[in-house]
Structure formats: structure tokens, C-alpha cells
Design a protein around this ligand. Structure first.
Ligand code: FE2
Length: 276
């Protein structure tokens, strides 16, 4: 079983970030020593259930959903893949940090695209070769090195365009970099890929939607959300207002951690239960 990207301690930090609270602020709000809050955020302490509920209430999180993550009793259900395209998820590492990137292929035409580089062009090139595929497009959710690093090697191997959201820094390595914005469409064989603007983790972050499958980068994680490097409110709104506007059976493929669905996250994500 794959593990969630974020643990109890990560969720506390991100929820504090949303309220612009220091660890001291949280400690005061729940009448707990700040040293204990720090130990929770460093994965050294899981408090008892009553304390988890108190912390959840203070941080506007859903208590039972937070308990389930603290006790590792929830994982999103796997969903059936879309029959119109084949998807290969590569679990790779940037240093010791796990990251996901994808090869997607139109079943009818064989047209293939890469979604994010995983900072591992060698792994993508090797896998594409094993599968007898020649990618013709590179779709980047954002410019962070674990998602866009190694673009030059992919550019050399496939000499194909790369796409990234307007407002992202320009990653190095593509000789044909194109900028996209919300509502733009990219064709891949018979597949129609829709660009969704999902800022907040980064200012120009985008997700790519094919039918009922969304490649969402570092916007949402199963049971959590990305780090709000650009704007917490924008990130929250990208998830609730954009990703959650799609039906519950819409698949979400994040850049880290397991795949999930809109329905799973509405029911089990402590940040979003009851807010969408
Ligand atoms: Fe990122």
C-alpha cells in the first residue's frame, strides 16, 4: 500500500499556514505546550483522540478526517482507469524525495505525452522506450525542479514542445516552450486535454484534464493540500472552486502520493470536508 504524501504533522503546519499562525499561536489556542506542537509537526508525537479533535477545531479542519490520517486508517480507493488513454505512472526520486511523473498515450492513435519530468528524464526515456512510445508533447504542471528538472534531456531526446502555465518561471531546457492559461486546449491524438489554472502552490500552476482524469501537480494531495508557496487562499480556492467543481468520480493524479478522486477528497480530506 502506498503511503499518503502528508502525515498528521504536515497537515498541522499547512493548516497553521492558512491561518498565519505560529506554533505558539496553535499551542495557546489548544492549551498545549508548544514543545508538544513541535514534536507533532516533527512526526514524533500523535496526541490522543480528544486532543486531535481540539486541534482540528482550532485549525478549521474536520476532526474525524484528521484522526483517520493521524492513525493511518484511511487511503483513497483506487479507481478504474479511463479507457480512452493509457497511463503509466513513474514513481521516481529527486534525491530522497519521491515524485510522480506520467506517460499518457491516446489508445486510438498512439500519440504520447509526458506529464512532468520527475527530475528523471532518464527514467522517462527508458520507460517510453520499453513501451515503444515516442512522446511528442511535454506538459508541465509547474516549474519546480522535481517537476520540470531535466527538461533539456527530454528536449534532446524528443525535440518536442513543452507547455507550462503563464505566470510560472521559465524552466531551462526547452527549445519550444509554450505558455498556457485556463481553458486552453491541447490535442494529443484524439484526446482533448484541457488546461485548468490551479494557482496557489505556485503563482502559475496548472492542472491538465483529460475526460474525467486530472493531473494536478502539487495542488492537492490525497488527504492534504500542497504547500502554499504562492498563496494559501488561491490554493484553497483552486481546489474547492476548480478541482471540486467536477463530479465525484473524477480521478486526481497528484505529483506526490497516491491517486485519489474528487469524491474521496470531499469525504476524507480534513481541509475540505464540508467545505465544497
Ligand atoms: Fe512543487
Amino acid at each position: 500500500m502506498s503511503v499518503l504524501e502528508d502525515e498528521f504533522g504536515d497537515i498541522l503546519q499547512k493548516a497553521r499556514d492558512g491561518k498565519a499562525w505560529s506554533a505558539n499561536d496553535l499551542a495557546e489556542a489548544v492549551a498545549t505546550p508548544v514543545a508538544d506542537i513541535r514534536r507533532m509537526e516533527q512526526y514524533e508525537l500523535i496526541p490522543d483522540d480528544a486532543a486531535i479533535l481540539k486541534i482540528a477545531e482550532a485549525l478549521d479542519l474536520h476532526g474525524p478526517a484528521l484522526q483517520a490520517i493521524a492513525h493511518q486508517t484511511w487511503m483513497p480507493q483506487a479507481s478504474q482507469p479511463d479507457p480512452e488513454f493509457e497511463m503509466t505512472c513513474l514513481n521516481v526520486f529527486m534525491g530522497t524525495y519521491p515524485v510522480k511523473c506520467y506517460l499518457i498515450q491516446c489508445r486510438e492513435t498512439g500519440a504520447t505525452a509526458i506529464v512532468d519530468t520527475g527530475a528523471n528524464p532518464e527514467a522517462l526515456i527508458k520507460k517510453a522506450g520499453e513501451l515503444n512510445r515516442v512522446p511528442s508533447k511535454i506538459l508541465l504542471t509547474h516549474a519546480h525542479p522535481d517537476h520540470a528538472g531535466g527538461l533539456d534531456a527530454l528536449d534532446q531526446a524528443y525535440n518536442c514542445p513543452a507547455w507550462i502555465g503563464t505566470g510560472e518561471p521559465q524552466p531551462r531546457g526547452s527549445r519550444d516552450l509554450k505558455f498556457v492559461q485556463d481553458g486552453d486546449r491541447i490535442e494529443l491524438g484524439h484526446l482533448n486535454i484541457e488546461v485548468l489554472s490551479t494557482p496557489g502552490h505556485t503563482a502559475g500552476g496548472v492542472s491538465y484534464k483529460i475526460n474525467k482524469t486530472i493531473f494536478s501537480g502539487d495542488c492537492i494531495f490525497a488527504g492534504s493540500m500542497g504547500r502554499a508557496n504562492s498563496s494559501w487562499q488561491d490554493l484553497f480556492q483552486s481546489i474547492v472552486g476548480k478541482l471540486f467543481s467536477y463530479s465525484d468520480d473524477t480521478r486526481l493524479h497528484p505529483g506526490h502520493g497516491p491517486a485519489t478522486t474528487v469524491g474521496e477528497e470531499k469525504q476524507h480530506n480534513p481541509f475540505f470536508f464540508g467545505k465544497a
